[in-house]
Design a binder for this molecule. Structure first.
Ligand code: NAP
Length: 230
């Protein structure tokens, strides 16, 4: 059985990735905080023939990350998808220390510690997928902490790609433009979800990359709506 851990799989992009990865012969370890939403993700994955397990942990703290790693267990891990993320959007002078710290913790530190604590369970041909954003490369006013976090995650994961290459572990970075998820519901402004990527398309890109033969390294995939950035 292939084992896949997806962080932030309780909704949005993470749930779409889980559903698209689901098939017989796979165990999907679905991480998040919201138990009810995680149970719904598990049901959707189970309907597609995979074994699903909900792993509830707050990964904004090292203690939460360690709890998650303990729940993952010692068996081999084929795919680690670092998807969980937060976006605090607003004028930079109004960013609070709590928002800044949460952005650092969830968007940058959690992927780092998860890769460090799990890579020994990953055999040649396995893959780490990081869900970044066009914000890693593009300047958006009011999104400074988010852009910072995705740029930092890019620098981190490009280095880890080279460090893990000799072990045959592929590190794949995905750069979506805006995707139609609940993330936008709490962001001030008028956003047209019709002009955003369906999260299922991001999932499709992830599955394409991880399902290449083990010796094929897909470095990065960028994707967006034909109408461009929101
Ligand atoms: P979302 O709907 O807001 O979902 C975020 C997910 O992250 C949820 O499953 C949430 O879990 C989890 N999460 C957040 N903080 C957490 C914490 N402290 N501990 C554990 N889990 C936590 O966001 P999304 O749109 O699906 O985004 C997913 C990823 O795609 C993010 O990395 C985001 O930056 C990236 N992305 C999104 C877009 C977009 O336009 N939506 C575009 C480019 C990239 P709970 O709800 O269970 O707490």
């Amino acid at each position: 059985m292939e084992r896949c851990l997806i962080t932030g799989a309780s909704r949005g992009v993470g749930r779409a990735i889980a559903v698209r990865l689901a098939r017989e012969g796979r165990i999907l370890l679905l991480h998040g905080r919201d138990r009810k939403a995680l149970d719904e993700s598990c049901r959707m994955v189970h309907d597609k023939g995979a074994v699903a397990m909900a792993l509830q942990a707050d990964i904004s703290t090292l203690a939460g990350i360690e709890e998650l790693v303990a729940m993952v267990g010692q068996d081999d891990l084929n795919f680690l998808v670092n998807n969980a993320g937060v976006a605090h959007v607003g004028p930079f002078e109004q960013t609070t220390p709590k928002q800044w710290q949460e952005t650092l913790a969830v968007n940058i530190s959690a992927p780092f510690w998860l890769i460090q604590k799990l890579y020994l369970r990953m055999k040649p041909g396995s893959a780490v997928v990081n869900i970044l954003s066009v914000a890693a490369h593009t300047a958006f006013p009011r999104w400074s902490s988010y852009c910072m976090s995705k740029s930092a995650l890019e620098g981190l994961t490009r280095s880890l790609r080279e460090e893990l290459r000799p072990r045959g572990i592929r590190v794949i970075n995905v750069y979506p433009q805006a995707a139609a998820t609940a993330l936008w519901d709490k962001i001030e402004g008028t956003w047209s979800k019709d002009k955003m990527l369906p999260p299922e398309e991001i999932a499709e890109a992830v599955v394409y990359a991880v399902e290449r033969p083990g010796q094929v390294q897909v470095d990065s995939i960028s994707l967006g709506h034909i109408e461009g950035n929101q």
